[in-house]
Design a protein around this ligand. Structure first.
Ligand code: GAR
Length: 200
């Protein structure tokens, strides 16, 4: 089976990156990990598995677009077919999105369009919803608003704290993010307006 070269973008602990690595998706080659924050655990995880890491520190750039141009230059040689945002805490400008149009996916810890932005698990708990979850979606110019690929539901109980709920949401993320990557790399996702059709 031919493999799609995947770039995984991270900013923190990288547990989703670990889940993607551990899934061993046959149709995907994790060609490079891009990180915007020095010293985070995600870098160690990539190195442990022999995956090249490109560290591009956003603080070294005067504008978001300059930062993104540096990332694009760094990953230019990897022949990337899919960009996966796995806990990457930066918002892209139209420049970067245009470079990888319909080839960027993101994992978000809520059932979008509910609770976009940051601290989504806390937001869900504070709102009092009875169900939350996570979403894998294509990235478009609007933040957390691109076409939905997969979602998973997590029930919220009266006993849940932010910590317990986060753990349950994470468990679902580790399942649906690798699954979405597999579907993309096997050519099973088709965009139709804002809908994503999944073929079997
Ligand atoms: C994940 O829960 C992911 O959904 C979230 O960051 C976490 C990263 O954890 N992403 C966002 O909130 C994006 N808006 P990880 O570094 O351990 O994979």
């Amino acid at each position: 089976m031919s493999k799609t070269n995947v770039a995984v973008f991270v900013s923190g602990s990288g547990t989703n990156l670990q889940a993607v690595i551990d899934s061993g998706i046959e149709s995907a080659n994790i060609a490079v990990v891009v990180c915007d924050t020095p010293g985070v655990m995600a870098i160690e995880r990539a190195k442990k598995h022999g995956i090249p890491v490109e560290l591009v520190n956003s603080r070294d750039f005067r504008s978001r677009e300059e930062f993104e141009r540096q990332i694009v230059a760094k990953i230019d040689g990897y022949d990337i077919g899919l960009v996966v945002l796995a806990g990457f805490m930066r918002i892209f400008t139209p420049y970067f999105i245009g470079c990888f149009r319909d080839r960027i996916i993101n994992i978000h810890p809520s059932l979008l369009p509910s609770f976009p932005g940051t601290n989504s698990v806390r937001q869900a708990l504070d709102y009092g919803v009875k169900q939350t979850g996570c979403t894998v979606h294509f990235v478009s110019e609007e933040v957390d608003a691109g076409p939905v690929i997969l979602q998973a539901v997590v029930p919220v109980t009266g006993e849940d704290t932010e910590e317990t709920l986060l753990e349950k949401v994470h468990a679902q993320e580790y399942r649906i993010l690798p699954e979405a990557i597999r579907l993309f790399c096997e050519g099973k996702l088709t965009l139709s307006g804002r809908k994503v059709l999944i073929s079997s």
